[in-house]
Design a protein around this ligand. Structure first.
Ligand code: AMP
Length: 184
């Protein structure tokens, strides 16, 4: 599981691990953006929340997650990126993992300060043209993270393989650190 504020580099590290370990990145953000692109019923419901930097309903996210966790092709090969983001989601994940006979092996917390995040997301907006990377939305997303997601860490910090990593380091340095811990 990769944990951290928006712009911490969770997606980048998850993609790197996906290749290296032949596992599957599970990015709720990417999945939700896909629903918007497809203009699906879910997409129509969530577009305003996402563009406003607010969280999508736990129920919607938890339902998407259920399908993935019970997918036999992906069993024991999941890299969570951006999920769970609320305590309700963390409890739901615990339940789904238990029911599917899986467990969390490693938790990486990429810790980055607010100034670095704002600079990174402004750059990402130019590169990836994400509609929720607007400068006003960035600050809202950061506040939502601090209020709702940061406390979820307490749920996991006693895990025996919980690792806090300085997310302001270079991408390659963070990858090296993670791989060193995973021994891959
Ligand atoms: P991300 O790509 O992970 O930064 O997510 C982009 C946006 O998608 C967030 O700001 C939320 O609006 C929404 N989102 C992603 N993951 C979740 C989640 N686990 N729970 C609720 N909303 C989410």
């Amino acid at each position: 599981m990769i944990f951290g504020p928006p712009g911490a580099g969770k997606g980048t590290q998850a993609k790197n691990l996906e290749k290296k370990l032949n596992n599957f990145q599970v990015s709720t953000g990417d999945m939700l953006r896909d629903e918007i692109k497809k203009d699906s019923e879910i997409g129509k419901k969530i577009i305003n929340y996402m563009n406003d930097g607010k969280f999508v309903d736990n129920e919607i996210v938890n339902n998407i997650m259920k399908k993935i966790i019970f997918d036999p092709k992906k069993k024991n090969k999941l890299i969570f990126d951006g999920y769970p983001r609320t305590l309700d989601q963390a409890k739901n994940l615990d339940l789904l993992l238990k029911e599917s006979n899986q467990k969390i092996d490693f938790i990486f917390f990429l810790n980055v300060n607010k100034d670095t995040i704002v600079k990174r997301i402004e750059r990402r907006k130019i590169l990836e043209k994400r509609s929720d990377d607007d400068s006003g939305t960035i600050l809202k997303r950061y506040d939502t993270y601090m209020e709702t997601t940061r406390p979820v860490l307490d749920h996991y910090s006693s895990h025996n393989n919980y690792h806090e990593i300085d997310g302001s380091m270079k991408i390659s340095e963070i990858s090296m650190k993670i791989e060193e811990i995973l021994e891959v």
